[in-house]
Design a protein around this ligand. Sequence first.
Ligand code: AMP
Length: 191
Amino acid sequence: MRLILMGPPGAGKGTQATYIADHFGVPAISTGDIFRANVSKGTPLGVKAKGYMDAGEYVPDEVTNLMVRDRIDELDAKPGFLLDGYPRTLAQVEELDGMIEFTGHKLDAAVVLTVDDEEIVQRLLARAQSEGRADDTEDVIRRRQQLYAEQTEPLIDVYRKRGILLEVDGMGEVDDVTQRIFDALDVVPES
Ligand code: AMP
């Protein structure tokens, strides 16, 4: 299975990504998590990414693409993967297409979690208190939502046109959302 999970910041992608990836026995690859790990270790990649992340901006495509390419080249991702938070721009879509095509596979589905924007702001502010993420201040949250609307939402149409889009209601209890995702994925043949 090769899946991508999309949704605005705070839609609960990270939590759901783990459940879905476990179910299919593939790694959940979160670009946000990889960036955060690099920031906390102070690697050159982390140094490059930090300023963008703290401001709620996207890390430049060339940096992000290279990182994803390296990650999905690893052995555990050969049977498949779930990408959480990538692609986020049209240029990243093209790049991912190239990476997957190169391996002779295809993308099976793009799951998008739909949520209420205002509720998300409240969720993220709550997460700021529990996890202390630097990019969870209200201004930065709203900037991230704006970027999502401008740069990432157009990807929904791209995947819809390809016939692999699964739109799932991301509101409510975590378990209910997980169940909805599995129900939606049931229709996808495993490749
Ligand atoms: P996330 O944990 O997915 O919300 O990502 C946290 C931050 O990492 C984002 O606000 C961006 O600064 C950066 N980031 C994660 N994924 C990407 C991506 N695909 N393209 C550019 N920046 C990204």
